[in-house]
Design a protein around this ligand. Structure first.
Ligand code: 5GP
Ligand code: ZN
Length: 115
């Protein structure tokens, strides 16, 4: 599995910095965002270092499919029953700050939701 020693999310994957995990298997890990935008806000990431959605290759399709299927399951487990938003920021113009691919999963009562 490829990791980037300078990547903060690779450090979370490797247990070098702590995170409040909501899910983990051999391929992906989910953990609460440190600065939540909503009552429930977790990030789902591949364990291997993929810098962004712009770096995806055809062989990554099952991994991304797995992540997409996990989000509704985890939302349900976290008590979110009334809908949620998923966001993937890609590249600097896309608002990406951490260059390890991650899916934001954001839910809870609606006042936080704009646009
Ligand atoms: P981006 O703008 O790259 O899509 O979002 C990166 C997200 O990662 C931000 O929402 C930020 O709060 C979160 N984040 C950055 N560093 C850490 C960290 O060390 N731990 C956790 N749990 N979240 C982080
Ligand atoms: Zn990484």
């Amino acid at each position: 599995m490829s990791h980037d020693p300078n990547c903060i999310f690779c450090k979370i994957v490797q247990g070098q910095i702590p995170a409040k995990k909501v899910y983990e298997d051999d391929d992906v890990i989910g953990f609460h965002d440190i600065h939540p935008w909503a009552p429930v806000h977790f990030l789902l990431i591949p364990k291997q270092h993929i810098a962004s959605m712009a770096d995806l290759q055809p062989e990554h399709a099952p991994l991304l499919g797995k992540m997409s299927v996990l989000v509704p399951r985890l939302m349900k487990e976290l008590g979110v029953t009334n809908g949620f938003r998923t966001v993937v920021n890609t590249g600097s113009d896309g608002g990406q700050e951490v260059f390890h691919l991650h899916m934001h999963a954001i839910g809870g009562p609606r006042p936080w939701l704009k646009g």
